[in-house]
Design a protein around this ligand. Structure first.
Ligand SMILES: *[C@@H]1O[C@H](CO)[C@@H](O)[C@H](O)[C@H]1NC(C)=O
Ligand SMILES: *[C@@H]1O[C@H](CO)[C@@H](O)[C@H](O)[C@H]1NC(C)=O
Ligand SMILES: *[C@@H]1O[C@H](CO)[C@@H](O)[C@H](O)[C@H]1NC(C)=O
Ligand SMILES: *[C@@H]1O[C@H](CO)[C@@H](O)[C@H](O)[C@H]1NC(C)=O
Ligand SMILES: *[C@@H]1O[C@H](CO)[C@@H](O)[C@H](O)[C@H]1NC(C)=O
Length: 404
């Protein structure tokens, strides 16, 4: 009996170690935690070098978390733009992103809520897209958002926006705002809630990205951190200052030629440079967080994309997760192409990557999740009321694999 037990144990050990050395298997299995510690691996590679000094941790005894979660010391959300699994997984100009997918948490069946950008940002911060399917910056979302709920519990939040001229700046109300602008207002969700933008004290929580580094190193970074890279660093492009202008927004005909090829056409060089610039941005900023004294206890970094890329087949482009909106007989126009939607109109499949200090290893899940699942996980961790669709317990689940 003992021999059989030892044999089984040895086999299990062997299989686990084999998994650890194979890259591809992880993407085809579900809920598998590989034995290797991603944090240690990236330290060995010289990418991470955690601080020996840690900021004092906040006392969360007033917080009653739900669903077995614990409050996050900090949650850092990087919102990238317009790119699905199709153009990200295995993209040679996204080597850092692919490294993160290989070593940390990866939701392989994660979806945007809808198209275009802004309604996804609104959904992730208020639990609904409120019948919006466009990026018009004239829209006002007079709805309760996560910032309201966090403040009720005395918790802090900030939206750091790269290249925003100054804190609380709302700027032009046309879209695109001005082709020489690097930052797009519709990528900065907290500028759209009137209770925030019309209150200077609260609007001051929308800050230029440089402030993040100061806050990280002065132990003053808030609990909830939403990071909006500018148009040249979030894969969006579309500003005259980015390399991708003729491909905006991800021109369907050209993009497919440009993925992992040596094609030296101007468009391919541009889109590859745009991808690389976003990858480099994360390669710079994720270590800044992990190496800072604010990377304490139950801190997590989430990297995701608002919606998938516009070169996908229509049926793929509009795939969705739970509680995807139903749009009836509406014409959508993108980049001169117009098409009729009559049905469920999701945001397409996008990656969601989780780097957790508490669970610093490779986890892959194939459960269908979307931005509502991420919002609900945050609400559960801080014991907040569930906003909008996140109160739908039948459909919208907490992402226990990563955050439990
Ligand atoms: C946290 O705060 C509670 C309530 O004020 C207190 O009872 C507890 O001792 C504190 N815990 C720590 C570790 O300071
Ligand atoms: C954008 O969506 C809003 C609903 O939030 C709608 O009222 C408006 O007409 C739309 N604008 C455009 C240009 O489609
Ligand atoms: C865009 O904004 C910049 C900065 O305010 C300004 O210098 C430039 O003239 C504007 N461009 C256009 C086309 O409006
Ligand atoms: C290279 O990309 C361009 C689009 O930018 C495309 O027209 C051309 O056919 C591609 N060349 C090859 C050999 O695939
Ligand atoms: C992007 O990828 C292409 C093809 O894989 C490669 O030729 C090119 O050098 C890469 N560009 C950068 C900036 O790394």
């Amino acid at each position: 009996m003992l021999r059989i037990f030892l044999l089984v144990l040895a086999l299990v050990f062997l299989i686990r170690n084999t998994w650890g050395t194979q890259r591809n298997i992880a993407l085809s299995s579900s809920h598998v935690a590989l034995p290797s510690n991603g944090m240690e691996a990236l330290v060995e590679m010289g990418i991470f070098s955690p601080s020996s000094f840690e900021c004092p941790r906040r006392n969360f005894s007033h917080i009653q978390s739900k669903e077995g979660l614990e409050p996050f010391d900090h949650i850092f959300i990087f919102m990238m733009e317009n790119s699905g699994n199709e153009v990200i997984i295995g993209n040679k100009n996204m080597s850092f992103i692919n490294l993160l997918i290989e070593y940390f948490g990866f939701a392989a069946e994660y979806y945007g809520i809808t198209h275009t950008s802004l309604p996804n940002y609104i959904a992730l911060t208020s639990g609904n897209n409120w019948w919006s399917y466009n990026d018009s910056t004239e829209q006002v979302f007079d709805h309760t958002c996560i910032a309201d709920k966090l403040e009720e519990k005395g918790l802090g939040w900030k939206n750091y926006a790269q290249s925003i001229p100054y804190a609380g700046y709302k700027g032009s109300s046309t879209y695109p705002p001005n082709s020489s602008f690097l930052w797009f207002q519709d990528h900065v969700p907290f500028l759209f809630y009137p209770q925030i933008f019309s209150n200077p004290v609260r609007a001051a929580n929308i800050q230029p990205l440089e402030e993040l580094e100061k806050d990280l190193y002065s132990c003053s970074v808030p609990e909830y951190v939403f990071i909006s890279p500018d148009a040249c660093h979030d894969m969006h492009g579309g500003s005259d200052l980015c390399p991708s202008v003729s491909l905006y927004p991800n021109n369907p005909e050209k993009l497919a030629y440009c993925f992992n090829t040596q094609n030296t056409s101007e468009d391919c060089v541009n889109i590859n440079n745009l991808w690389k610039a976003a990858d480099d941005f994360l390669r710079e900023w994720i270590p800044k967080i992990v190496n800072s004294p604010s990377w304490t206890g139950n801190s997590v970094i989430v990297v995701t994309w608002d919606e998938s890329n516009f070169n996908e087949q229509l049926d793929v482009f509009i795939q969705g997760g739970p509680d995807t909106p139903y749009v009836s007989s509406t014409f959508f126009t993108f980049d001169g192409h117009s098409f009729l939607i009559d049905g469920f109109y999701g945001g397409g499949q996008v990656p969601l990557i989780v780097i957790s200090k508490k669970k610093p290893y490779h986890i892959v899940t194939r459960t269908k999740y979307n931005h509502y699942s991420l919002l609900k996980s945050i609400e559960a961790a801080y014991g907040l009321d569930y906003l909008g669709y996140t109160s739908d317990d039948r459909q919208i689940k907490v992402m226990h694999e990563f955050f439990g």
